[in-house]
Design a protein around this ligand. Structure first.
Ligand SMILES: Nc1ccn([C@@H]2O[C@H](COP(=O)(O)OP(=O)(O)OP(=O)(O)O)[C@@H](O)[C@H]2O)c(=O)n1
Ligand SMILES: C[C@](O)(CO)[C@H](O)COP(=O)(O)O
Length: 415
């Protein structure tokens, strides 16, 4: 029988070694390429085929930040997420609380394996996750992702401040994920707590203390932990480098442009969904689907650019299948149609027209969310908002309108 593996992401720290800037929010919620660091980390695990469910441990003060981070992920990925649990004063306590929640999840069915990972390591490559899972499947009880230490190491002797050289030939720098047979690490954490041990900085150390043998899986230098300001700069450089890489121009020189427009009226409710993000409001938008006027306008703009009908033709409002549907699937379908033609989206631009709610405070999250849905760098997505100076139906606060444009690059054809 296939083993069930869960991911446990610890995100309850305060990031005290990285302070200043970005509203001083904890590092796992800082924006990286327009999306919270935690969203990048979660994306890696939620999209890995070997992980069946994912639990995040958060700080009690961070629920809003957490909700924003997960709203930046496509709805299809979020189905693998369990409700978050609250962490504790140290990483070790946060992990223990996460393990206890997993033991109780799914009506008492704990996972067979667990991969414990730092939220602050957003560049975790899928093949590192695969390697750790592979060793667990071979029967290892504890598996550590790690990289060799390349620098020459020195030890400062406290007695006389003399430096001595340390043999690095057998030294490895510990990363996460650290994978375990679930019952073994769950029991080890509970025994460590009972013994009053709260000083372990990683989970293989807890396991070793409890008698588990740790095996090594090759980690990756990209899988560094964002701890200091210098790490954040390195992460920003890395994301800029990878996300601004232009698709090759050769063969994709047929530039197409499309526009889209949509309107939805208000009805009683408490939030509107715009660009895939729920924004609290004293009304909601009325529609057959989730009435996300911004994603509908974008979908039509893309369909316009490839001259492939409109959203109503592909997803008829008369079809009960789309009742209450999350609109990210409409947008993803339009992207798929572009890909089927061998094309790429070059740029998306949407303008939301309403008097309220105010879009400004949510603009970055909406932008990141749309970029996530379309698998585009955030630099290729623009979100704007305007009022209509109290004129017309939007000015009278009867509904919200959105207009969008899409630039698409297609291969040249004979027609
Ligand atoms: N009480 C804690 C402390 C840490 N972590 C998580 O453990 C991971 C690795 O810890 P670290 O880099 O030390 O994070 P912080 O404790 O937030 O950083 P600092 O020590 O600088 O305050 C992070 O994803 C962090 O959010 C946690 O869940 N609960
Ligand atoms: C778990 C860890 O990321 C492994 O490298 C690390 O131990 C976290 O704690 P630290 O205090 O930042 O070393």
């Amino acid at each position: 029988m296939t083993k069930q593996a869960a991911a446990l992401i610890v995100a309850a720290g305060r990031g005290s070694r990285l302070s200043g800037g970005d509203g001083d929010r904890p590092k796992q919620y800082r924006l990286l390429g327009g999306m919270p660091i935690l969203s990048h980390t979660l994306g890696a695990f939620l999209s890995h085929p070997g992980i069946s469910k994912t639990l995040v441990v958060i700080h009690e003060d961070d629920l809003d930040l957490y909700e924003t981070a997960i709203s930046a992920l496509p709805a299809s990925l979020r189905t693998g997420l369990l409700p978050p649990v609250t962490g504790g004063r140290t990483r070790q306590i946060s992990v223990r609380k996460g393990l206890m929640a997993l033991a109780e999840s799914n009506s008492g069915t704990a996972p067979d394996q667990v991969l414990i990972h730092d939220a602050a390591r957003p560049f975790i490559p899928a093949d590192v996750i695969t390697r750790v899972l592979g060793q667990l499947d071979e029967g290892k009880a504890a598996v550590l992702a790690a990289v060799p230490v390349f620098d020459t190491l020195k030890r400062l002797c406290p007695e006389d401040s003399r430096l001595e050289t340390v043999d690095r030939s057998h030294l490895w720098a510990a990363q996460t994920p650290q994978g375990f047979a679930f019952p073994a690490i769950h029991a080890a954490h509970l025994r460590a707590e009972a013994a009053g041990r709260d000083d372990f900085t990683d989970d293989t150390a807890v396991g070793e203390w409890d008698g588990l043998t740790t095996s090594l899986a090759e980690g990756h230098p990209d899988n560094f932990k964002i701890t200091t300001q210098a790490d954040l700069v390195r992460a920003e450089q890395r994301i800029t480098m990878t996300s601004s890489a232009l698709p090759p121009l050769s063969g994709l020189g047929d530039i197409r442009h499309g526009t889209g427009y949509d309107v939805h009226a208000f009805e009683p409710g408490d939030a509107v969904i715009l660009g895939g993000v729920a924004i609290p409001h004293d009304r909601k938008l009325k529609g057959h689907s989730d009435a996300d006027v911004a994603l509908h306008a974008l979908t039509d703009a893309i369909l316009g650019a490839i001259a492939d009908g409109d959203i109503g033709a592909h997803f008829p409002p008369s079809d009960p299948k789309w009742k209450g549907a999350a609109s990210d699937q409409f947008l993803q379908d339009a992207i798929r149609r572009v890909q089927e033609l061998g094309g790429r989206i070059a740029h998306l631009d949407v303008t939301i027209i309403c008097e309220a709610p105010k879009i400004g405070p949510h603009r970055d999250v909406i932008r990141a969310k749309i970029a996530g849905i379309c698998a585009l760098p955030v630099t290729r997505v623009s979100v704007k908002a305007t009022t209509s100076e109290r004129l017309g139906f939007t000015g009278r606060r009867e509904g919200i309108a959105a207009m969008a444009s899409a630039t698409v690059r297609l291969p040249f054809t004979d027609d």
